[in-house]
Design a protein around this ligand. Structure first.
Ligand code: TXA
Ligand code: MG
Length: 328
């Protein structure tokens, strides 16, 4: 059985000790639960890739407790400093040029000359990072390609024995992953993954930004597979009607009738509430007994961009019949 502990000080101290000794620990962030490993420990990072079944070419996000702890890892230009000041702690990941003397394992960055870094805005994550005193890599605590966990039970269901301890702080307040922005090109900033910080919040500081790439052949963000965040059932988007054997994810007060099972992501049409409920809803839909999942149209504004990105990947053709696992 997986050990799950509430985030009391002794549990956080134990989690920090486990991480420092090379073990894997799952912990809450404001976005989703992460599966942590000491970013400076090559063996621990290798174990993390194995536990997730994650392809080695998909780099990890390094988590630190404050910007001061990020400075030794990467070079911050004026844009990076500005964004860090405005959004850290928070759901924004910066892809920056890595410093040559960075202590982060090359395995964590998949051998790239860039590194993705964020400071999470969750008191438990921050307390843990401070106690560890080293950078911690933390991908979402799911098997590669599957739906990210937003509560401790979902972590346990995904990862089982591979994780030494799960810190349980209840459901994650944002519910979709951080926005990943690439600042490694000094002349051009690009959103690689929409997430908890919206495009308009970033554009208010940086000016207009290019679209996130969706091209699987030349992914700029190496791990951004077209099929990802996938429940077991097939997913159908922009549904305006629903079949009697389908599970329905609704949004707002215009709910198609006749589904086998219905979950309204936000009856009041609030995108933040919908983001918070999204992954849990996909997991519940999987268990509803339906043949497929239909999802009503979700608006593109604000957090809608991140929600639609995840749903599009959930609906994308799966790489093979072992549904959910990312080939490779
Ligand atoms: O909200 C989050 O960011 C969560 C929580 C746990 O912090 N973590 C998370 O990690 O979503 P993960 O590993 O599931 O997603 C990392 C994303 C991937 O799309 C990966 O390709 C991209 O960040 N990434 C990491 N390092 C990169 C780099 N050097 N260049 C481009 N993309 C990078
Ligand atoms: Mg993930």
């Amino acid at each position: 059985m997986v050990r799950i502990r509430p985030p009391e000080p002794e549990a956080i101290a134990e989690a920090a000790e486990l991480l420092r000794s090379g073990k894997l620990v799952a912990f809450p962030t404001e976005t989703v639960y992460g599966l942590g490993a000491d970013a400076t420990n090559d063996v621990a990072v290798a174990a993390l890739f194995r536990a997730k079944g994650r392809p080695a070419h998909n780099p990890l996000i390094v988590h630190v407790a404050a910007r001061e702890a990020a400075e030794p890892l990467a070079s911050f230009d004026a844009r990076a400093r500005h964004l860090a000041e405005r959004f850290w702690p928070g759901p924004l990941t910066l892809v920056l040029r890595q410093r040559s003397d960075s202590p982060v394992s090359p395995r964590a960055t998949a051998g790239l000359d860039t590194v993705a870094i964020r400071v999470p805005a969750h008191p438990v994550a921050l307390a843990l990072l401070r106690a560890v005193g080293r950078p911690v890599v933390a991908p979402s605590a799911n098997r590669s390609g599957r739906v990210s966990p937003t509560c401790a039970e979902d972590v346990a269901a995904e990862l089982g024995e591979a994780v030494a301890l799960v810190l349980d702080a209840g459901p994650c307040p944002i519910g979709v992953e951080s926005t990943v922005i690439d600042l490694s090109d000094p002349d051009r900033a690009r959103i690689l993954r929409p997430g908890g910080v919206t495009r308009s919040e970033l554009e208010a500081i940086l000016g207009p930004l290019a679209e996130a790439p969706t091209d699987e052949k030349a992914p700029r963000s190496p791990g951004r597979m077209r099929s990802h965040y996938a429940p077991r059932l097939p997913v159908r988007l922009d549904a305006r009607t629903v079949a009697a054997d389908e599970a329905l994810l609704a949004f707002g007060d215009d709910v198609p009738k006749g589904a086998l099972w219905t979950f309204n992501l936000s009856p009041s049409g609030d995108l933040a509430e919908a983001a918070r409920n999204l992954y849990r809803a996909l997991r519940l839909a999987d268990r509803s007994g339906a043949r497929a999942i239909a999802v009503v149209p979700i608006p593109t504004r604000g957090l809608g961009e991140a929600i639609r990105d995840r749903l599009a990947r959930a609906a994308a053709p799966r790489p093979d019949e072992t549904v959910g696992l990312e080939g490779a």
